[in-house]
Design a protein around this ligand. Sequence first.
Ligand SMILES: *[C@@H]1O[C@H](CO)[C@@H](O)[C@H](O)[C@H]1NC(C)=O
Ligand SMILES: *[C@@H]1O[C@H](CO)[C@@H](O)[C@H](O)[C@H]1NC(C)=O
Ligand SMILES: *[C@@H]1O[C@H](CO)[C@@H](O)[C@H](O)[C@H]1NC(C)=O
Length: 547
Amino acid sequence: MCFKTVFLISLLIISFNKCHSIDSRVDPLVDTKVGLIRGLKAEDGDYSMFLGIPYGKVEESNPFGPSLPQETFEEIFEAYDDSAICPQIEEFNKTNTGTLDCLHLNIYVPDVASTKSPVPVLVWIYGGGFQIGFAGRFLYGPKYFVRHDIILVTVNYRVGPYGFMCLNDPKVPGNQGFKDQLLALRWIKDNIGSFGGNSNKITLFGESAGGISVDYHLLSRQEKLFNNLIIQSGTSLLPSLIGEPESTRTFNLAAKLGFESDDLNEALAFLANQSPNSVIAAMQGTDRFLPCVENDYENVDKFIFDYTFNLDIPKVKNVAILIGHNSDEKLPYYIMEENIDYFEHVDIFHDKFNDAFNLNSTELTNVINNFKHFYIGDEEISEQVQSDLIDFDSDFTYIHPTQRSIKQYTDNNAGDIFYYMFSYNGGRNFVKKRLNVTFGGAAHADEIGYLFDISYMKDEPSHEDQLVIDRMTTLWANFVKYSKPMPEISDLLPVDWKPVEDNLLHYLEIDSELTLKKRPFNKRMAFWDLFYRHNYKLQKGYRSRNN
Ligand SMILES: *[C@@H]1O[C@H](CO)[C@@H](O)[C@H](O)[C@H]1NC(C)=O
Ligand SMILES: *[C@@H]1O[C@H](CO)[C@@H](O)[C@H](O)[C@H]1NC(C)=O
Ligand SMILES: *[C@@H]1O[C@H](CO)[C@@H](O)[C@H](O)[C@H]1NC(C)=O
């Protein structure tokens, strides 16, 4: 098998990736600031792959704490393996998997890129609710992006307890997963030039928790390691996302594994000695670890300083942002068996407002009633009003937060903001396919199938799906190159996508056709605008600026 391939290679002068050790002549070798890195020629396009490059290290004695930069490679690093995954129960086979040697990134370099004529760089941060996700080609294959002559980088970061434990303790100050990403972004800024990337033209993009991450890199006070941003279906204004440092969850986790103590150092030392596999298993059925507003400690890097609505964002000045959401974000949520509670036992209106706002019982009842009148009339919460509940939850969780973020960016003098709504229902809608949902528009994460080559979608895309792939990846790549998704009208992109203006919320609807429209869901959003105008200061975590 291998010999046959090598024979073919020498005849056709193309490279092949299973026999790299034999035919190393054609494999690309890159000299970086951290040493020599050898990659592979791709088989499905004119590009090279550098897989699983370690950029950071988790400390063995403190695996829940901040990671350290990777040391220089002493020998050639063979970047052939993108299978690393941080500890989690991955969503495809539901296996408890992963190791702490997971802070890796993958780089995909089109053949046109060289140090003499560097190309722009697009960096992907995955979603997964800060509990799951991995960067490899199983889900995030590069072939639709690299054909546009840009470099794609995909980044692993820690999730769950290892990524987001947040304590009143400088050893585990919180947001370790974001700080992993920060290390990766520093690595990319320092080294991407060696791969033929333009380190002064870097766009970050992410979806869901990845979009929220991108937003936090904008808010953080660390150095600016990007030029433009793409934020898909999730911003840091998503309500009741972040919390504050607390130890109960950590003590509970240790207790579940058999260690009862009220000494934090002891509990941490105990947990550090447990295998990631058992820690992840013990997490089942307990409260998740999520991003938090960190305490101040001397000589400890801080990433989240405050709740987003309390912050100015000086970093956003002149940054171009492409941002949007899908048409039916919460669609699958209500179809899944395990969420049947929401129809029968739980008052979703009560829970959402109670979690996100400081309202006394009278105020809470009033708010709940107003929103019920608006979304479901005087009906009971039941399956009959399912599509209205989907609208309510989509608006609360994704759509109105996206619009509040857009306002915050423009208030802080951002560059052009391009707003989209993805509503296409085709053969590659990532989440709907997995849940076998056929009706409705586009659910949360459905657009991923039109940006990435997903390994298990083996059939060639249909003609219609391919058109959506071509349009979206061209728009995204144009934005990376020119800070505009549509530098000119073409057959493929026949409408002029105007940026948001002061009081004009232009957006591009991405369906089977592209259409420029204004103000999506204008009636629903106007209701939320009024609500937030009156209750802004009641958001949990709100702090008066004069304090
Ligand atoms: C899930 O299992 C399939 C079949 O064994 C395998 O090919 C695939 O790589 C697995 N995916 C993940 C993410 O573990
Ligand atoms: C709730 O707050 C309102 C002010 O917004 C106040 O008038 C009312 O008395 C409070 N109700 C209770 C039950 O505390
Ligand atoms: C998907 O749903 C359709 C009905 O909407 C059903 O006929 C089909 O059997 C389902 N497929 C799977 C794999 O569950």
